[in-house]
Design a protein around this ligand. Structure first.
Ligand code: SF4
Ligand SMILES: [Zn+2]
Length: 328
């Protein structure tokens, strides 16, 4: 018997996710793929994660070995949802060869699959085929395309993030995904470069409003300072501060839809943070909220007192684009 090559993906873990008003078991997989074809966003270090052999055969073999590793380590029967990331776009054929899409679809049949992609790779035929292959009748919407829209503002997406697509591109892709029988999850980036705390909060509020009725899921990522990024350069010069956790709470409390949020690096200087004293409880509460959608919990956390709350209120009221950040 020929032994199969197994390769551990960049990351793979079991967890819980909120879905349709309940909590489901989820397996998250981050495959090493050919890497993001865009690779230009100012805050992103994921773009450095790529397999050097970008030939179709080489990539398909490498992805196959990672899927085999996942199947050897986890029982897919035990999870209802699979989240698939590639440090880029799962539906980019230069990154993930179409042959591997078919293999992954067969492995994930009967699951709710959420997979990330830029809008330009949302192609009706590809999605219809993928949906048909994973759909065994268990779930009304077996596939969700997660798109890093980041903000509904075109100037902010272009100038502060350098994302390379417009809100119109996003809405057209969402329309195509829906027509192919898939749902859409939008990722928003809270506080990209060059915005004051108040501007960033206002940007998220208008993004929530603009997404209402257009997508099935919204997830807000408070910005973290990743290594080897343009954002890190500014941060090292003292020209950027990650958002306050107080701002995250206030956004979640008033959002017009259910918004999930996993504050990566929460409480650390590179991640969303307050003063260091109140951070732990708030980060834990935000994670709990993402599973329960319990707004009373968010309201209660927002009502807690800490000396840094007055500082946050001052920053919101006084920080100006030409003299920021006021705090670290
Ligand atoms: S944020 Fe997404 S689209 Fe932008 S460079 Fe990173 S992986 Fe590519
Ligand atoms: Zn505090």
């Amino acid at each position: 018997m020929i032994s199969e090559t197994l390769k551990k993906p960049l990351a793979c873990w079991r967890g819980k996710e909120r879905y349709n008003g309940t909590t489901v078991e989820c397996l998250t997989i981050i495959f090493e793929s050919g890497g993001c074809s865009w690779a230009r966003c100012r805050m992103c270090s994921y773009r450095f994660e790529k397999f050097p052999d970008r030939s179709c055969e080489g990539l398909a073999r490498h992805l196959h070995a990672q899927l085999s590793w996942v199947r050897s380590q986890f029982s897919l029967d035990e999870v209802a949802m699979i989240k698939v990331f590639t440090s880029g776009s799962f539906f980019d054929p230069a990154e993930v060869p179409p042959a591997f899409l078919a293999e992954a679809a067969a492995a994930f049949r009967g699951k709710i699959v959420i997979t990330e992609t830029r809008p330009e790779y949302i192609n009706r035929e590809t999605l219809e085929r993928f949906v048909a292959e994973i759909d065994n009748g268990t779930h009304a919407t077996p596939l969700y395309c997660a798109i890093g829209l980041e903000t509904s503002s075109d100037p902010i997406r272009e100038k502060c993030i350098n994302k390379g697509f417009s809100f119109a591109d996003f809405t057209a892709a969402a329309h195509t995904a829906h027509a192919a029988g898939a749902g859409v999850k939008a990722y928003l980036l809270f506080k990209p470069l060059f915005l004051t705390e108040a501007e960033a909060v206002a940007d998220m509020r208008s993004s929530f409003a603009d997404l209402t009725g257009r997508v099935e899921m919204v997830s807000m990522n408070p910005c973290t300072v990743q290594k080897r990024t343009e954002l890190e350069l500014y941060w090292r010069q003292g020209a950027y501060r990650p958002p306050y956790l107080w701002s995250v709470l206030s956004l979640l409390k008033d959002a017009p839809m259910e918004v999930t949020c996993d504050p990566l690096g929460g409480g650390q200087k590179r991640g969303p943070h307050n003063c260091g004293t109140c951070d732990y409880e708030i980060v834990r509460g935000i994670r709990d909220y993402s599973l329960t959608a319990d707004r009373d919990l968010i309201g209660a956390l927002l009502d807690t007192e800490c000396a840094c709350k007055a500082e946050w209120e001052y920053v919101l009221a006084r920080e100006q684009p030409y003299c920021m950040p006021l705090t670290r």
